[in-house]
Structures are given as structure tokens and as C-alpha cells.
Design a protein around this ligand. Sequence first.
Ligand code: NAD
Length: 550
Amino acid sequence: MDGAREVRAHRGSELHTKGWQQEAALRMLQNNLDPEVAEHPDELVVYGGTGKAARDWASFDAIVRELQALEDDETLLVQSGRPVGVMRTSPWAPRVLIANSNLVGDWATWPEFRRLEAEGLTMYGQMTAGSWIYIGTQGILQGTFETFAAVARKLGRESLAGTITLTAGLGGMGGAQPLAVTMNDGVAICIDVDPSRIARRIEHRYLDVEATDVEDALARAVEARDAGRPLSIGLRANAADVVPELLAMGAPIDVVTDQTSAHDPLAYLPSGIAFERWDAERRRDPEGFTERARASMARHVEAMVGFQAAGAEVFDYGNSIRAEALLGGFDDAFAFPGFVPAYIRPLFCEGKGPFRWAALSGDPEDIRRTDEAILELFPDDAHLARWIRMAQERVQFQGLPARICWLGAGERHRAGLRFNEMVADGTLSAPIVIGRDHLDSGSVASPYRETEAMKDGSDAIADWPLLNALVNTASGASWVSIHHGGGVGIGRSIHAGQVTVADGSPLAAEKLERVLSNDPAMGVIRHVDAGYDEAIAAADERGIPIPMRR
Ligand code: NAD
């Protein structure tokens, strides 16, 4: 792609901008495109199919230039990956406001989006790609770890020991699956068509071994399961072929899911097209390719439903594969649930979600110190402590050192304030940037994923993420974003992100306290409004006012 070059975030305590908020935005934009972090950095693609950090290289250069010049009372406006304005605001205002991939309802379709994208008028921002807070596969690792722990509980087990999980997709997000399964003591067979994804996950120690073929994968899985040994096995194959094949073989699979990029039919390789021809074929005939991809997804999901009928625990892992399979002609595609209603919603009711932070110094020691701070702040949370210890042992940093853990309302601001103190007193060598995924409790409307099967039927109400972005803007976040189409694809979601910088200043402390209290509180009130008792209890316990309940 024109202008492509290798990008890495600045490190250390020296500023390249006029303040740490601008610097944090600059470093996190650069970090999203670090070759260790991004899946296809040459094309500015960070993860999740075609999720981009900037629209094109000229826009990237212009964003960098504007961030370098931006004053502490100015705000840069980014429209789908391109900088379009600089406004005089105030020191409390975000330094950057971002709107990515948004389209008016009737126009919110992939063909219309692609037409506009081809004209250079928009880009696909996914969730944290276009909002500059992607931290590599670790970002999804804890959520995936939590999900598989919940699956084990659902199966009446303490862990996944003695079970085999079958899944596909070893991309930026899906690549967390093998490690999340082995962290839960299970065995995983993970299919991907792209050999480079398998190699990358092995290199980063997310995946243990690669099998030579289906029989080899199954034999190794059964042997490890019987020995009670955690093992993850990569298999280069097309899931649309191999999942039905394993079902037909009567393979003893206990858990089935999928994280191919099914949300975008051009990012799912149909059966019968060689991996090497993928790019050429989807360019040559996008509509014909879409039809073939959907037909393959229909076969893939039909086999998943077959495993469910055979007694396996089966769930959709947030990639819209059921909806695509339905379009591909398989009417029973929604026979299995999405992972949020099945396992995650009780956490969302408490405002719990993927809290994350990165050390702008680039020094792993800063993350080690923040890990210890989290353990000290929440000494009674054994599950959290287990995660932090395992992450320290098993997670290899990609780009700037970073950490993720799920914290809820009433917890996140305590972590933020502690990190700010640690920057102020020199315990940390540079500021910490604190953000989260858009997949959070109060920041997304996505009827096939985060808001599937809401108790009051409000799945598609998108006022909540918009209020979330507004409240974070009003509370002092460093940058705020509103996106459409992340996770599950164009037309299917609206979501918001926030990132706030702990630079050690008293102003940062005030902002952190407000943002990190209000942001997860949005999750609680959204679930109170939908009638969840767990959320009502969380609001009462944490003193979150609910006007209609006073
Ligand atoms: P990615 O594009 O980086 O990776 C997708 C992988 O699927 C690629 O490696 C590709 O080779 C592989 N693939 C495509 N078609 C295949 C086929 N027929 N058989 C086998 N492999 C195939 O995407 P990602 O970032 O890993 O995200 C994967 C999906 O998960 C996306 O739809 C994304 O929106 C969704 N997602 C889910 C969550 C969640 O929390 N559950 C979070 C973020 C993203």
C-alpha cells in the first residue's frame, strides 16, 4: 500500500507532543500499527478482518502531525480514520474525538459500506483498531479465559481438564483461544486456513503444536485429554470442511465454538477456494464470493449444531457466524446461544468488563509494578489474582507492555487513581494509559453479541453506547470514540470507547476518578433498565443513582 512503512511507538519519558494526553494518543496509534501488534500493518489493518487504525498512510501522517502540534485545550476530530478538524475546547475535554464507520440505518450494509470505502470516504474501525487501544491478543485473552472458565462451570467441572474443545480462527482475537483453553487445563484443536497465523501463535506461545492432518490432530488431542495434560493443537484446514468431517467421524468433542472472521463474508474463506487464491477471488467477484462464504458458513454451523445434538457445549463467539449461516440457507443456525447471554451477562450487570492499561515507557517493569498494585488493591479476589499471576507467566507482550483484567463499577477508578499516584511518586517511569474494549457492559448495542436476548427485549436500542460516549466526554476522558459495525459487522452494532491517561497530575486524578466511575456505572444502569436483579443489587450496593427507582 502507498506510503507503507514500519511503525513503532515512541518509548521513554521524553515527550514528542505538547502533553501526555496527546503523547498517549500518538503512541497508542503507533502501537496499534507495530508489526508485533497489528495483523497486517502494511495495510494499516490491526485485527478483526479489516479493522484499521487510520484510513490511509496520508491520513496516518496527518494525524501524527496534528497530535504533535495539538495544545492542551484543543481537540482533534477524526472521521473514519482521517483527521478533519482541530477545535478549541478546554483542558477537561478529550484531546481526540473519533467517529468510525457510522452509517445511517437504511444504508448500513456491507455493499454500501464497501462502495464508500472504495471511494476513500470511510474505513472499518472494528472496536479498538480505529480507537487506538488494541494491545495485541492479550486484550482478548482474559475475556476468553473467563468465557472458557464459565463453560467449565456450566459443564459442572472445576476446569476444562479431561475435555476437548474444537474451534477455528487463529487471528488477532481468535488466537487467544488455544491459550485460554490450556490456561483452563483443557485440550484444544484450533483450525485456521492461514499457515502464517498458526506460525505466529506458536511463536508467541499462544499455541503449543501444529498437527499434520485431521487424524493427527484428533489422536494428539485424545492422548493429551486422557493424560489430563493441557495441549493446544493448530490444524491448517478450512473449518467448513473439517468441522463436518470431525462430526462425521464421531470425534469426542466436548465444546465447540468459532472465531473466524465470519462477520465479514469476504474475510471467511469458502470451501473449495485455495488459500493462495483468496485475495484474488474476493477482489474479482465480491458478491459471488460472499454467496460462497455464506454457503460454507451454513455447512460449518450445521456441523456445530450437529455437535450440540451429540451433547457438546456449543456457542457463538461473537463473530456473527449464525446470522451469516442463516443468510447462507441454514434455517436452524440460531440453535445455539451467543457467549454473552450464555456466560458473560452476570458480569456485565456489575459493570465488569475488559479494563486494560499500557505502559507508555515501554518498560515491562512498569507493568509488573501495576500488577502488584492490582493484587494489593483487591486482596480478596482470588480469581483476579490467579489471572494476574498466570498472565505474568504466560503472556508475551506485543508492542508496548500492557495488561488486562476484568474489573467492575466501584473498582476501576481505584486502580486508575493508584496508577496515577505511582506515576506521580516516580514508582513508574512514565504515564500509564488506561482504556478498555468496546465489548463492555454499558458501551455497546449488538443484538447478535453483547446485547443478545436482553431481558426486556431492548437488544437493538443503541442510545446506550451514545450516552456512554457523551458521559465519558463530559467526564474528562483523553479520547472518546463512537463506532459502528465492530465485532459482528456492518449494520449489526453501535459501540463506544474511551481511553484516559494517568500522567501523575492532580487534574488526571480528577478525570480518572470520574471517567472510571461513570464508564462502568453505565453498564450497571443499562442492565438495571433492562430489569436484571444482579444489576439492581450492584447499583444499590455501589450507590449508583437510578432516577426511575428513587
Ligand atoms: P482475524 O481476521 O485476525 O482472524 C480471522 C482468522 O480466521 C484468520 O486467521 C483467517 O485465516 C481465519 N479463517 C477465515 N476463514 C476461515 C475458514 N473457512 N476456516 C478456517 N479459518 C478461517 O480476526 P480476529 O481478530 O481473530 O477476530 C475473529 C472474529 O471474532 C471476528 O469476527 C471478530 O469480529 C470476532 N471478535 C470476537 C470477540 C469476542 O469477544 N468474542 C472480540 C473481538 C472480535
